[in-house]
Structures are given as C-alpha cells and as structure tokens.
Write a protein that binds this ligand. Structure first.
Ligand code: DGY
Length: 320
C-alpha cells in the first residue's frame, strides 16, 4: 500500500503525477486556505503533509499519529515548531535554491519602484495628470552607484548583492551572523556592524529568516539611524520589523520611503496605516511568485515529501 499524503495547497499537474507514482494523494481544492478544523481532520490518517505557511504546533501534531514529514513549499520555515516536531518524530523540509534569483529580482523591483517612484507615476499617467511638462517635484532618486546595505547575506542576500554590484555599480555593504569572505572577494562587499550599515546605506534591504533573534530586529532605534534620504526594503518576513516604528519613521519623514513584500499580518488589514502612506510600496508577499519558480518549489517540496514517507532522507531537512 502506498503511504497517504495530504496537500493543503494546490500544485501543478506534473507534481501530482509525480506524487501519485509514490503515494496516495489527497489535495485541498478549496478556493480559500484550508480551515484549521478541516486540516486537523485530514491529518489523522496521513504520513506526509505538504503546505506553505500553516502553523505546525502541538495541537496539530497530537492529532497526527502517523505523520512523518511536513514539507513546506517555501524557503522560510518559521511556521514550524521544530522542537515540538522533533518530540513527535516529525521532520520538516523546505525549498531552498530554486527561488533565490526570483526573490532577488523582486527586491530590486522594490528598490527601483521606490527610488524612481514607478507606482506613483503610473497612477499619475493613468489619472490623466500628465498634461504639461513634468515638474521636478515628481523626480526620483538614482539607484546606480549608490550604497546598498544588505542585512542577511544568505543565498538570496548574495543574489541581491550580485545585481547591485554587477548591474548597478553599487557600493555593497552587508551585515550577517558570519563574515562571507567569498562575497567580499567576488563582489567587493564590505562587512559592517548593523548600526554602521544603517547609517551609511541609501537602500537598506532586510533578508533575514524569522527566528527568535530576528523578531523586530529593525525597530525605532534602527530606523532612527538611517539616512533621511534612505529607503527600507523588506522581502523577508513581516515580524522581522516593528511595523509601528516604521509607520512613525515614514510619517515623520525620518526616512524617504519603503518597499514591503511582507507584513506582520497577511493578508494586510485594509485599514492598515501603510495603505494610506504615499511613501510606501506594498506587495502581497510575492517574492517567489512567478509561474516557473512556484512550480519548481512545488516539485522540490513533493520530492522532499516522497523521500520522507518512503524511508529516505529528504534533501532539504530543516534546520539546515
Ligand atoms: C518563502 O519561500 O519563504 C518566500 O517568502 C516566498 O515568497
């Protein structure tokens, strides 16, 4: 008999075909995310679960006596309670590598959009305001040859640094738990203490995983260190910053603007102050959301899942 697995999200047909060769698959077909009650019901029989972002905690683990693996179709795995999973002999996996360039592209999209005011000027044209010569109060700021400060020099951080150096001739500063001598040699990136990076960068890009140490890593004090002309970009997780502190910094023009792909609460509340501020660009957590990359992530997640339920060691067990 094939092991039973449950997919709490839809995946491309070729991923289903692959899974069907090795497992008995059931997929959540609902339009909206699976309700918790439904998930708690589904997991009772299965040995493997594939999902993204859903909290894996004691309540769920206690209801899943056969569960061996939870396969995240994402690189971040802050939804896992790793300790509790270990207590229940459940392993967790994620999908690194395949999304690095895609997320780095989006970080650059936010940098360019914020500095060159692309969304704002798109609205300007569509609202019929482009009637005369463009006044210089609508001009943006250059990106090329400026200083970027990358907090979190993992794989995505490095992909951002490459774009910055090789594509835009930027001066690259970084802050990380460990020095990355290869990036220093290949891209001339300069390691900085966090305070120094915040004080010197024209674009501060946050790309750290969410952990106990990085929760609210960037708060009031950190925003106050940034240049008034600087932009803050977050493509990591919403909880890595103190949103109230960022709102204050933006309202008081302590920094020039922000580009955000992630929020403490997703989807963001329609009354959230970010949505009323002109100097913020907001995106619906689309760092990895291209057709090609999301398909690749689903396939990697499926390969991890199959390995986990067939007694093999999956390639991407966390923490790595
Ligand atoms: C991930 O995979 O963790 C990214 O946040 C997706 O955009």
């Amino acid at each position: 008999m094939k092991p039973k697995v449950f997919l709490a999200k839809q995946v491309p047909n070729e991923v289903i075909s692959f899974l069907t060769e090795h497992t008995e698959v059931e997929v959540w077909k609902g339009e909206s995310p699976i309700p918790r009650r439904e998930l708690l019901n589904k997991i009772q029989e299965v040995e493997g679960l594939l999902l993204s972002g859903i909290k894996i905690d004691s309540q769920l683990l206690e209801r899943a006596p056969h569960l061996k693996i939870v396969s995240n179709s994402s690189v971040g795995y802050n939804n896992f309670d790793i300790e509790k999973m270990a207590m229940h002999n459940v392993i967790g996996t994620h999908t690194p590598f395949v999304l690095d360039d895609t997320v780095a592209d989006l970080a650059f999209g936010l940098i360019l959009s914020a500095a060159r005011r692309i969304p704002e000027l798109d609205r300007f044209v569509k609202e019929g305001k482009w009637e005369e010569k463009l006044e210089d109060d609508l001009f943006g700021l250059d990106v090329h040859h400026k200083t970027i400060g990358i907090i979190g020099m993992g794989r995505v951080g490095e992909a951002i640094a490459k774009r910055a150096k090789l594509g835009f001739n930027m001066n690259v500063l970084y802050h990380n738990r460990n020095r990355k001598l290869d990036v220093e040699t290949s891209l001339g990136a300069v390691y900085k203490k966090l305070n120094e990076l915040l004080q010197e960068a024209d674009f501060v890009v946050l790309m750290v995983p969410l952990t106990e140490e990085t929760k609210h890593l960037i708060a009031e004090r950190e925003f106050s260190l940034m240049k008034q002309s600087a932009f803050f970009i977050n493509t990591s997780r919403g909880e890595t910053i103190d949103e109230q502190a960022l709102i204050k910094a933006l309202e008081n023009k302590e920094i020039r603007g922000a580009g955000l792909d992630v929020f403490e609460q997703e989807p963001i509340d329609q009354n959230h102050p970010f949505l009323k501020l002109d100097n913020v660009i907001t995106l619906p957590h689309i760092g990895s959301a291209t057709m090609q990359t999301r398909s690749q992530m689903a396939m990697v997640a499926a390969e991890n899942l199959v390995a986990g339920v067939t007694g093999k060691i999956p390639k991407h067990v966390v923490p790595e």
